[in-house]
Design a protein around this ligand. Structure first.
Ligand SMILES: C[S@@+](CC[C@H](N)C(=O)[O-])C[C@H]1O[C@@H](n2cnc3c(N)ncnc32)[C@H](O)[C@@H]1O
Ligand code: SF4
Ligand code: SF4
Ligand code: SF4
Length: 421
């Protein structure tokens, strides 16, 4: 369990579950800690905390201390007080060559284990809850198992993204024995033919899913990247989740590939069809959690429109680089995100989070949006991927020429290639 003190609220994180306790509820938490019964409404709220309630009761000192800290904690503008999530780039090596891949796979580097462990310890001290391990191909990293043991020993929830390469009964057993949290298998299509346009190793991914199902591993997820070549196939991938007992399907937005191209981004018609498939499948397959990653902010913003407003709000509404997450690159330098190559060398993760000028810039991009985001009607609820502007324009700005969900501005201004809905 990770307990975080944020400005006027607490967050508790445990695996896939999390809960937020706003400052207005602190008196009720005090009642819980003192074993006092409250009104019926208060009792119902305590019940809604589920298993977090038992943890709160069992850790009065920690909880009181966090409530106190949350009164004076001073997070950077537009960011959490410390990262929620840390990404580690373990290796630049990979035996596959996916056409879509954003990685530079010709450098033959591995993240030194000692450096990774140092930063993981700093992450614990900062209240980081999640660690994502990725590459290159995660399974070729020579220190993967010891690193996972360190994560679980430190109480950090880890997630490993893999292609299926190197996954067999033995390696899977070892991943589980080392305490891996979640395993994300990358699969961009339900058939070899559909998958091939964007990814290598279709059969490896399928075999990995079979082995994970056989091992009854509970936290398997599928990472599916939306592309013009595979959007129509999304319902079939959801069906594969049912077949292999996968309970989480992540929809990832396309980011610039290793040649800094954005070829194959779904167009407006395809993106809207995908949105309607997601809506429908969420209703039809309630046992499958279909989650659109924060980085795919336009789609999240579109799907979050409700009669009374848009629910895609807050620090995690979109690009989380420097807002809810940070990365460690293969050379051991801090970066805002795996896709933003702005390495900085700081003594600690905390210093980086608080003092990095690059992170400061990222937290201010919303103040000066550029076309087409500046007049888009979804802009207040969308923070697009900064890797697009960084890699295509060479600047960190809120601007995504490759977004086809742009909405008519509310003031009637004319916009090119506008999509009205
Ligand atoms: C770079 S891979 C590293 C881990 C492992 N090799 C794998 O493929 O799962 C991490 C994730 O990024 C996704 N990915 C690769 N290139 C991408 C791109 N241009 N845009 C968005 N996601 C991409 C992959 O499909 C995979 O789910
Ligand atoms: S996406 Fe993963 S498996 Fe494919 S080439 Fe890139 S690192 Fe390798
Ligand atoms: S145009 Fe910009 S603000 Fe509007 S939905 Fe697209 S990325 Fe978001
Ligand atoms: S730059 Fe932001 S949106 Fe893009 S991949 Fe990184 S964290 Fe996600």
């Amino acid at each position: 369990m990770t307990l975080r003190a944020e400005k006027r609220f607490l967050t508790l994180l445990s695996g896939e579950e999390s809960c937020t306790v706003p400052a207005a509820r602190y008196p009720i938490v005090e009642q819980m800690l003192n074993g006092v019964l409250g009104s019926e409404v208060e009792e119902r709220w305590k019940v809604s905390l589920g298993r977090f309630a038992a943890w709160i009761r069992a850790n009065p000192e920690l909880v009181r201390n966090a409530m106190e800290r949350s009164a004076w904690v001073d997070p950077p503008k537009n960011a959490y007080a410390s990262p929620l999530l840390l990404n580690l780039e373990l290796t630049t090596r990979c035996p596959l060559r996916c056409p879509q891949c954003y990685c530079d796979l010709e450098r033959g580097k591995d993240l030194p284990l000692k450096r990774a462990v140092t930063v993981l310890k700093q992450a614990v001290a900062e209240g980081v809850g999640y660690v994502n391990l990725s590459g290159g191909e995660t399974m070729v990293y020579p220190h993967l198992y010891p690193l996972l043991e360190v994560c679980s020993g430190l109480g950090l929830d880890s997630a490993v993204a893999l292609s299926g390469w190197g996954v067999n009964r033995q390696s899977l057993r070892r991943l589980m024995d080392c305490g891996v949290g979640a395993i994300y298998v990358s699969l961009n299509g339900s058939t070899e033919e559909i998958s091939r346009t964007t990814r290598d190793g279709f059969s490896l991914a399928i075999e990995a899913l079979e082995l994970l199902a056989e091992a009854r591993f509970e936290r398997t997820a599928i990472n599916w990247v939306a592309h013009s070549a595979n959007v129509e196939d999304f319902p079939n991938v959801a069906a594969l989740c049912s077949k292999y007992g996968v309970r989480r399907l992540f929809v990832l937005g396309f980011k610039p590939d290793s040649a800094r191209r954005m070829n194959g981004v779904p167009d407006a018609r395809q993106t809207l069809a995908l949105a309607s498939d997601i809506r429908r499948l969420r209703k039809e397959t309630p046992y499958l959690s279909i989650e659109v990653e924060n980085c795919y902010s336009p789609l999240r913003a579109y799907l979050s429109r409700k009669f009374f407003g848009n629910l895609n709000v807050g620090i995690s509404k979109g690009c989380g680089a420097g807002r809810d997450g940070a990365s460690l690159d293969v050379d051991g330098n801090f970066t805002p995100c795996r896709h933003l190559e702005y390495p900085e060398n700081f003594e600690s993760l905390g210093d980086y989070w608080r003092d990095s000028p690059v992170l400061r810039t990222l937290r201010e991009v919303e103040d000066r949006p550029e076309a087409p985001c500046d007049i888009c009607g979804l802009s207040a609820n969308c923070l697009c991927c900064m890797a697009v502007s960084a890699k295509l324009l060479g600047r960190l700005v809120k601007a995504n020429e490759y977004c086809f969900l742009r909405k008519e501005p509310l003031d009637g201004t004319k916009m090119e290639k506008v999509h009205s809905f």
